[in-house]
Design a protein around this ligand. Structure first.
Ligand code: FAD
Length: 490
C-alpha cells in the first residue's frame, strides 16, 4: 500500500487502528491494516481503484458512526474509510430544493452526515425528512445500507423508501448517480444493500413541512393480543397517529431506559406495582400526534381523545407528554461507539433484531417472548415490538422483509456487562432463531448477521440471485464491506 499512502491519507498508527477495530456492539475486534481519513470523495475513489488494480485486492469498509454491533463496518486486514473525517471537512449544511414533479421538497445530504445534523439543518428551512430512526447519531450511509426504521415507518416506509437519488462510488471505483430511472439496478441494490455495492456519498431525501410539536402518549397493557390489536388498528386508520411503536416492560426491561426517560418516578412506581400482579410482564404502546403552534389546541386534544377512546389499554394507565418536535425526535441521547467511559468499555451489545410475520405473532409471543425472553433471568435492555406495513417497502430494494402485508419489528437491545455475559445472550439469540426455524416461523433478521453462506441465501430468499448478480456487476472483486461476511466469509 506504500504508493497509495503517498496520494491519500492512509493511517496505520495504533490509535487509528484501535478506534476502527471495534464497534458499538463491543463483541470482538477486527483489526484493519490501515485507516483512510478522506478529505474528499476522490480519496475514496483512489483507494478503491488502487485495490482493484492489485492481483490480490485488499478489502475496504466505509465506517459511518460505527454503530453496527457485529463488526459490519470492519475490514480485517483491509482499509476502513472513516467517513466522519469528510463530515469534519465539509460541515453540516444540506442543499434544499423543490421537486418539480411532486411540488414537494427534497434535501441533498451526504453519506457521512448524521441524521441529527440533517434534522437541525432542514428545520432551519421549516422542513424535515419524514422517516427516521429512533436514534439520530447514525449516518445516512449506515442506515440506508440497512433500512432505517422507527415509529414513522408504517406511514412513510423506512428511510430507504424515501430516497429519490444517490451518488455511489461502486466497488470498481466508478462514481455513479442512480435513481429509479437512472442506473436503477444500482439504486435498488444499494438500498438495504449492506454496503456491498458501493459507498453512498450523496442521497436525495424527501422532505415535508416540519411540525413544531408532538403529543406523545404511552399506554399500558397486560394483555398482549389487545396491545397488538390496538397497534394494528392505529396503523390502519386514516388521519391516525404520526408515529406508533411499542415495547415490553419486564423485570429486566424497565419503563425508563437509555432509549427514553419518559415516565416520572411516580408513574414508574405505579407501573411497577401493576407489574407485580401480571407476573412482571406488561406492554407499552407508544403513539405520537404531531401538530403546529398555529393549530387549535382543543381540536388536537379532541382528535387524540377520540383515537384513545377506541383503544383497550388498562384504564388509568395512559401517560401523556407535550414536547417540541425536536425533543421528540432527539429523545435518545448520544451513545459513543468509540467506548469512551469506563462503564462503556465493559458494555457489550449482543442485539437481535427480527421482522416477524403477523400471521405467526401469537406463536412467536408464546414461544419466544414468554418462554425464552421473559424466562431468561438476565439484566437486559429495551425490548421493542411494533408493526410495519410491507406495502411501504419497494420489492426491488435489497432490504428483506417477511412475505406478509403486516410484520412486526422486534428489537432485543441487550446490554451485557461481564466479559462472558454476551455469550449467554448469544445463546438466547440462537435459541430464538432455532425455535423459529423449527416452528416454521419465517422471521427475517434486521441488521442481519449470519455465519454461513447457506444462511445468507435463506435470508435473501428469492432476492439472492439478483443480490449476487449485482455484486458481480458493481463489486466483482468483493472489496466492499467485508465485515458483513456475505461474500467474504471467514
Ligand atoms: P456503520 O455501523 O458505520 O456501518 C454499517 C454498514 O453500512 C457497514 O457495512 C458499512 O460498511 C456500511 N456503510 C457505512 N457508511 C456507508 C456509506 N456511506 N455507503 C455505503 N455503505 C456504508 N436502526 C434503525 O433502523 N432504527 C433505529 O431506531 C436504530 N436505533 C439504533 C440505536 C443505537 C444506539 C444503535 C447502536 C443502532 C441503532 N440502529 C437503528 C441500527 C443502525 O441503523 C445500524 O447499525 C446502522 O448501520 C448504523 O449506522 P452507522 O452510521 O453507525 O453505520
Amino acid at each position: 500500500m506504500q504508493s497509495l499512502e503517498i496520494s491519500v491519507r492512509l493511517h496505520t498508527d495504533p490509535d487509528s487502528i484501535k478506534n476502527n477495530s471495534k464497534d458499538y456492539g463491543n463483541l470482538g475486534q477486527e483489526i484493519p491494516s490501515a485507516v483512510l481519513y478522506p478529505s474528499s470523495i476522490n480519496d475514496i475513489i483512489t483507494v478503491i481503484k488502487f485495490a482493484n488494480n492489485l492481483s490480490t485486492p485488499f478489502t475496504i469498509a466505509a465506517r459511518g458512526s460505527g454503530h453496527s454491533v457485529r463488526g459490519q463496518a470492519s475490514a480485517r486486514g483491509g482499509v476502513v474509510v472513516d467517513m466522519k473525517s469528510l463530515r469534519i471537512i465539509t460541515g453540516n449544511g444540506v442543499k434544499i430544493s423543490r421537486n418539480p414533479d411532486s411540488l414537494g421538497f427534497y434535501a441533498d445530504v451526504r453519506g457521512e452526515q448524521r441524521w441529527i445534523d440533517i434534522l437541525f439543518a432542514t428545520l432551519e428551512h421549516g422542513l424535515a425528512p419524514v422517516s427516521w430512526t429512533d436514534y439520530l447519531h447514525l449516518t445516512v450511509g449506515g442506515t440506508l445500507s440497512n433500512g432505517g426504521i422507527s415509529g414513522q415507518s408504517f406511514l412513510h416506509g423506512p428511510q430507504i423508501s424515501n430516497v429519490l437519488e444517490m451518488d455511489v462510488i461502486t466497488g470498481k471505483g466508478e462514481l455513479m448517480t442512480c435513481s429509479k430511472h437512472t442506473n436503477s439496478e444500482l439504486f435498488y441494490a444499494v438500498l438495504g444493500g449492506l454496503g456491498q455495492f458501493g459507498v453512498i456519498t450523496r442521497a436525495r431525501i424527501v422532505l415535508e413541512k416540519a411540525p413544531s410539536r408532538a403529543k406523545w402518549v404511552r399506554l399500558i397493557y397486560s394483555d398482549f393480543s389487545k396491545f397488538t390489536q390496538d397497534q394494528e388498528h392505529l396503523i390502519s386508520i386514516a388521519n391516525g397517529p404520526n408515529y406508533v411503536e411499542g415495547s415490553l416492560i419486564t423485570n429486566h426491561s424497565s419503563p425508563n431506559n437509555w432509549r427514553s426517560s419518559f415516565y416520572s418516578p411516580s408513574h414508574q412506581s405505579k407501573i411497577f406495582s401493576l407489574s407485580r400482579h401480571t407476573q412482571g410482564l406488561l406492554y407499552s404502546l407508544e403513539l405520537v400526534k404531531y401538530y403546529d403552534h398555529d393549530h387549535d389546541l382543543n381540536a388536537i386534544d379532541q382528535e387524540l381523545e377520540s383515537l384513545l377512546k377506541e383503544l383497550n389499554y388498562i384504564p388509568g394507565f395512559m401517560f401523556k407528554k407535550d414536547v417540541s418536535f425536536v425533543d421528540f425526535l432527539s429523545r435518545v441521547g448520544s451513545r459513543d461507539s468509540t467506548q469512551s467511559t469506563e462503564e462503556e468499555k465493559i458494555e457489550a451489545h449482543p442485539w437481535l433484531n427480527l421482522f416477524v410475520p403477523k400471521s405467526r405473532v401469537s406463536d412467536f409471543y408464546t414461544g419466544v417472548l414468554l418462554n425464552i425472553v421473559h424466562r431468561c433471568n438476565l439484566i437486559s435492555g429495551p425490548i421493542l415490538f411494533y408493526p410495519l406495513s410491507r406495502k411501504k417497502w419497494e420489492d426491488r430494494m435489497s432490504a428483506v422483509t417477511p412475505d406478509e402485508d403486516i410484520f412486526y419489528a422486534l428489537g432485543l437491545l441487550h446490554t451485557s456487562y461481564m466479559s462472558n455475559e454476551s455469550e449467554i445472550f448469544d445463546k438466547v439469540n440462537d435459541e430464538i432463531m432455532e425455535f423459529c426455524e423449527e416452528g416454521g416461523i419465517e422471521v427475517k433478521q434486521y441488521l442481519p448477521h449470519y455465519k454461513s453462506r447457506k444462511d445468507w441465501i435463506k435470508h435473501f430468499g428469492p432476492k439472492w440471485s439478483v443480490f449476487q448478480e449485482m455484486k458481480m456487476k458493481f463489486d466483482p472483486k468483493m472489496i466492499l464491506s467485508p465485515g458483513q461476511r456475505i461474500f467474504n466469509l471467514v
